[in-house]
Write a protein that binds this ligand. Structure first.
Ligand code: DON
Length: 308
């Protein structure tokens, strides 16, 4: 990006577009702690591979990682165990909601992809560490590694809220256990709840997503975070499965790999250029932030970001 003034002005525009769209959504109610989020919050942060940093609006309002965490847990698991972990699941778009259980019966418990809850719970169980706290600690330290050494703490209120209400995710984990894909469903699902409860903000999320946009190399430290082939898995799965049953529309409107979460964040990755976080807790019917979708569509049009 050449002209900083233009970017600042464009971000202000995208913020307004996001704010206008926030009214069309509702905060997630099925996790009581998330229901307390302020639906009027909207923030955007951009980190470019060549060192640009931009933010606007509520880009430093904390939110929990939720499903965006699935990209980073898969990154660490691929790094630890290699691509064989993908033998346990498919890598295809599901066309189903993020927490869907319908295909598990027909497909012998094999998750459709690593970003739908069933696949992500399987991945959580593979994180290095002997118990959920240790497993998520390994993820937190990975985030520090790609996030300038920052600390990423778990929001205990959100974690407890997920534990209290997460019967559907427990059902998914038990299905995986039934079909022999998981040894310890309780441990895997608790790890999953915990990783979803890591607290961060749009600025931090854009920063930790930068290696994804730079073929697995952190452009700040110059360190290889992940083999290029593994990075390709993460990013291509974002393109195919990152927004669940909204992914086709998102491909048309925005056209870059992305991952959403029910706290209202969407991390979008523009290969070789930048990572963008758009945030707004009000969600549309598919569980994706209405503000973030609108803001990203605006940025994509104005910055010509679509890969298609
Ligand atoms: O599985 C759940 O209920 C959440 N903790 C995470 C789901 C989520 O963020 C789905 N993404 N849009």
């Amino acid at each position: 990006m050449s002209d900083d003034t233009d970017i600042e002005a464009l971000l202000e525009e995208a913020l307004e577009v996001g704010r206008a769209a926030a009214g069309a959504g509702e905060v997630a109610h099925y996790i009581p702690e998330l229901a307390k989020s302020d639906p009027s919050h909207v923030g955007i942060a951009i980190a470019t591979v060549d060192g640009g940093r931009y933010e606007v609006g509520d880009a430093r309002v904390p939110f929990t990682f939720q499903s965006v965490s699935k990209v980073f847990s898969l990154a660490l698991v691929l790094r630890e165990h290699g691509p064989e972990v993908l033998d346990e699941m498919a890598c295809e778009p599901s066309g189903d909601a993020f927490h869907s259980i319908v295909r598990l019966e027909e497909e012998q418990g094999r998750p459709r992809n690593p970003y739908i809850n069933a696949g992500a719970i399987l991945v959580s169980g593979l994180l290095p560490g002997g118990d959920p706290v240790a497993k998520v600690a390994s993820l937190q330290s990975f985030l520090g590694e790609v996030g300038d050494g920052a600390e990423f703490r778990v929001d205990d209120e959100v974690f407890n809220s997920e534990v209290e209400t997460g019967y559907r995710n427990r059902a998914l984990a038990n299905y995986l256990r039934h079909f022999g894909l998981l040894d310890d469903p309780q441990q895997a699902v608790e790890t999953y709840f915990r990783q979803c409860s890591i607290s961060l903000d749009a600025v931090r999320l854009a920063r930790i997503g930068l290696f994804l946009a730079n073929r697995g190399v952190d452009p700040v430290s110059g360190e290889t975070v992940l083999a290029r082939a593994d990075n390709r898995v993460l990013v291509s799965q974002m393109a195919m499965c990152g927004l669940y049953d909204d992914v086709g529309r998102f491909a048309i409107d925005v056209g870059v790999p992305a991952k959403s979460g029910v706290s209202g964040a969407i991390l979008a990755v523009v290969p070789d250029r930048m990572s963008i976080t758009a945030f707004g807790p009000a969600l549309g019917p598919k569980g994706n932030s209405t503000a973030a979708l609108a803001a990203l569509a605006h940025l994509s049009r104005r910055l010509d970001l679509s890969l298609y």
